[in-house]
Design a protein around this ligand. Structure first.
Ligand code: NAD
Ligand code: ZN
Length: 253
């Protein structure tokens, strides 16, 4: 069913949540747009203006690493100021109520954790952009430290003491998906009774396979996105309203 209006959407969603014990929320960039972080594919989204830097190019060229860091620091205007949205708070309420064991997310903005979901209960498929790691020795770095070195070197990306490249802790195109996160996401998708895909265009594979997996395993599927998605036809409920509006009723006060 495509909910005809917000009231119907909220009532239907509430009924589905009440009837479920093992809810798995799966989130994409759309849950964070309310916080001021643009998504990728909406009109005006990031990819309408900038092409992403694939992993092999990051490794192959110092100029690309410099450029990657320049872009990241420019994005700090959004990521640095962002606070959890109503959507994040609603999912944190579901989690605290014991309805959801955590969230699976494609986002890299750390906002589920900021809303109160424990780090170990956030399955991050594309990593986290709020800190950096060395690609060789895995040492972690604060972005502010990387930035200081970058700026004092006149806009050159610093390397780790071990000689490895320092990169935000995100997964770039062409970089291997994190094995443990993938396994957990698969297991959670198989073992849930309600899967709610929120603010994802559901076009990036393998991430987009999880709603399908959940549905095949017998879960109900809800899709919340202001635009149609490829999976709307198999969803039990499609909500085309704003995410914050659609989930606000879940926020526990
Ligand atoms: P996407 O940009 O492809 O899709 C976002 C979807 O959310 C769109 O389909 C749009 O219609 C919908 N949407 C946006 N705001 C909405 C709102 N307020 N209410 C209802 N729907 C809304 O994002 P994606 O599917 O997550 O894929 C992009 C990839 O880029 C992600 O995997 C992630 O790694 C990365 N990314 C992350 C962030 C972040 O962490 N906040 C931001 C941009 C991109
Ligand atoms: Zn190192």
């Amino acid at each position: 069913m495509i909910a005809p209006d917000l009231q119907t959407a909220s009532a239907a969603l509430r009924a589905l949540v009440d009837a479920s014990d093992r809810v798995v929320p799966f989130t994409g960039a759309g849950i964070s747009t309310e916080s001021g972080i643009p998504d990728f594919r909406s009109p005006g989204g990031l990819w309408t203006t900038t092409q992403p830097i694939p992993f092999d190019q990051f490794l192959a060229s110092r100029d690309m690493r410099d450029e990657a860091w320049r872009r990241r620091f420019a994005m700090e205007e959004y990521f640095g100021k962002a606070r959890p949205t109503r959507g994040h708070l609603a999912l944190a309420s579901l989690y605290r109520a014991g309805k959801a064991r955590g969230v699976i997310t494609q986002n890299i903005d750390n906002l589920h954790q900021a809303a109160g979901i424990r780090q170990e209960d956030v399955v991050e498929l594309h990593g986290n952009t709020t800190f950096a790691t060395c690609l060789d020795c895995a040492r972690t770095y604060e972005l502010s430290d990387v930035r200081r070195k970058f700026e004092s070197a006149g806009g050159r990306a610093p390397d780790c003491d071990c000689g490895g490249y320092i990169k935000t802790a995100t997964i770039s195109f062409g970089q291997a998906m994190p094995a443990e996160a993938m396994q957990r996401a698969q297991a959670w998708s198989r073992d849930c009774d309600l899967f709610i895909a929120i603010g994802s265009s559901l076009v990036v594979w393998p991430a987009a396979g999880f709603p399908l997996q959940a549905k095949k395993s017998g879960a109900r599927l809800v899709i919340i996105n202001r635009e149609p998605t490829e999976f709307d036809s198999i969803a039990d409920l499609v909500v085309r309203n704003d995410i914050g509006d659609a989930l606000a009723f879940l926020i526990a006060h």
